[in-house]
Design a protein around this ligand. Structure first.
Ligand code: SAM
Length: 277
């Protein structure tokens, strides 16, 4: 089933929850290729069983992309088309496959993408944040110190930022985003295409209040705004002073002013503490 005489690697997107999002073309390709390379054969078996597909599966391992790619190249060399799938959505998007694609391009075989669902795009279009320009970041590093550095690098990027995150890290990650990026507009999209699909839209400080977030989730954060560049820290500190004179505690005053300008509360409070030193 190659487009040319050469064998083809099909990159096939699969559902991110709702199985009825499978297209006819996806089913046709998965039915007609001799081999499907999967991230986890147990997960793909569920999909294939649901659609009564009996194609042979092989594992394409994230932890051994080099080794797994060699096996697939051999299949292509022998004239077999191969479909690569991940557990959900597009292969290669926060999922294995990049090494394979590099090698398949270098070896001169055809590559065809079979479209389907993707969590980042589903979330983006319904987020209410800017969609014309955006940056898909995927997962931040699991180590907080590293994640902080990554966010610092993204801080002045002027377009919507899209992140994937696991439920056991979400609370920490939202706090870190708030600290580094300031109290920007954001959206948390969970369980997309499933029964309990939900969107939480608000500032990062509001999303931080959400408790017991479960399931699969995408976090989107508004990009850096021009106004942030023009913030004069001395003006902000003067407003903090005014509130303190009216009786607010320094920390609360810094929080109020920071919120007003979409600035980081901790940063402003730290500036306040250091201002007369
Ligand atoms: N390849 C996938 C894609 O194209 O979207 C992404 C796979 S990545 C390993 C898994 C992460 O994607 C999850 O931790 C979550 O952040 C996001 N994700 C996947 N399915 C989702 C869904 N149904 N709802 C919300 N987020 C989802």
């Amino acid at each position: 089933m190659s487009l040319n005489s050469k064998a083809t690697l099909f990159l096939v997107a699969t559902p991110i929850g709702n199985l009825s999002e499978v297209s006819q073309r996806t089913l046709d390709v998965l039915n007609s290729v001799p081999v499907i390379a999967c991230e986890d054969t147990r997960n793909t078996l569920k999909l294939l069983t649901h659609f009564d597909i009996h194609t042979k599966m092989i594992a394409y391992h994230n932890f051994n992309e080099e080794g797994s790619s060699e096996g697939i190249l051999k299949l292509l060399e022998e004239g077999n088309d191969v479909a690569l799938v991940s557990d959900a959505g597009y292969p290669l998007i926060s999922d294995p496959g990049y090494t394979l694609v590099e090698k398949v391009i270098a070896a001169g075989y055809d590559i065809v993408t079979v479209s389907g669902p993707n969590a980042a795009l589903n979330a983006l279009v319904a987020s209410g944040l800017e969609t014309n320009h955006y940056l898909f970041y995927g997962f931040l590093n699991a180590k907080q110190s590293q994640a902080r550095k990554e966010l610092e690098e993204l801080r002045t990027f002027p377009y919507t930022l899209i992140f994937y995150e696991a439920p056991h890290r979400i609370e920490k990650t939202l706090r870190l985003m708030h600290e580094v990026l300031g109290d920007r507009k954001a959206c948390l999209a969970r369980e997309l295409t499933k029964i309990h699909e939900q969107y939480y839209r608000g500032n990062l400080s509001e999303l931080m209040e959400l408790k017991d977030l479960k399931g699969e989730m995408v976090v989107l954060v508004e990009g850096y705004r021009e106004e942030e560049k023009e913030i004069d820290i001395n003006e902000l500190l003067a407003e903090v002073d005014t509130l303190i004179k009216k009786g607010e505690k320094a920390k609360d005053a810094a929080g109020t002013v920071a919120d007003r300008y979409g600035f980081s509360k901790n940063k402003l409070y730290n500036f306040y503490l250091k201002k007369d030193k």
